[in-house]
Design a protein around this ligand. Structure first.
Ligand SMILES: [Zn+2]
Length: 69
């Protein structure tokens, strides 16, 4: 099951959203903070899990991130 989680930057605390599948981050092992550029492992800084709706569409951000890997 794929679900979303919110991770917070360890440097500036800016929240970012990540997608998890079977307990691991789907598309990238590291998240880059949009504000300060810090790279961090989102699994270490999960602040909140977000339940997926059954008919949720995949966001463009997810698609872009997937292409990057
Ligand atoms: Zn940051």
């Amino acid at each position: 099951m794929v679900y979303r989680a919110r991770a917070s930057c360890p440097t500036c605390n800016l929240a970012d959203e990540v997608w998890l599948d079977k307990g691991t981050v789907c598309f990238t092992p590291l998240t880059t903070c949009d504000r300060c550029g810090t790279m961090y492992d989102p699994l270490d800084f999960i602040s909140q899990f977000i339940e997926l709706r059954t008919n949720a569409t995949i966001s463009s951000k997810f698609v872009q991130s997937q292409r990057r890997t």
